[in-house]
Design a protein around this ligand. Sequence first.
Ligand code: ZN
Length: 240
Amino acid sequence: MDGRIEHGFRARFRALAVIAGRADPDEPSSRIVREARERARLAGEPVARALADAWAREVETAKDAWAAGAGGWSVPPPWARFDAAHPPRFLCDPSLGGLARWLRAAGYEALVAPEVPGHRLPDEALRRGLVLLTTEAEALDRRIAADGSLVVAWVPSALTMAEQLHMVALDLGLGLREPRCMACGGTLVPRPKDEVRPRIPPRTALWKDEYFVCAACDRLFWRGTHWERIERTLRRAVAA
Ligand SMILES: [Zn+2]
């Protein structure tokens, strides 16, 4: 398990070093992974967490360098490719269905790929202009990822959902947007209470007046305790 995680992070560090124009992109990746492994051993914590922390520091440093116009970037980094008017849309590999739901709650379109051989996903994402999220580190090794035409983020399956979301938010500079339907990604449209009253559980109708319906799948939503719990997790993971 640790071997796969280290390989994935090494590929991540290397990919960042390559687009940042580092002459020896393997040097930082090997060093950072070695240091994180040592730190995890001393602290008795999972290697994945130590590597995720190291990644967060590396990205912050890279963001500062990009903002300052420093370095010899070969292509714009992932966080500089999108803005509020042009948010990223995601293609998640089949093992990341949970993360896709949370991305939708954060306001982003996230498709989950059907169960097809993983090597076809990079081409599919590139063709449709989607950011690929995958647990397969091999996707980072592909040419279209290396030359910057495909934006791909490897997501470690060993992290919790909130940690995965935090990592993707960090990579792409995501902020919270208007929530979408967690089930299908459709937009949520406010509807008058009287119009949807037959579908509201009687006890909810007593204390809630605001309701939303998914424009795509017609599911009914309201800001109940479940929604509030989701929003708290999102604020910690995305806006942190
Ligand atoms: Zn829906």
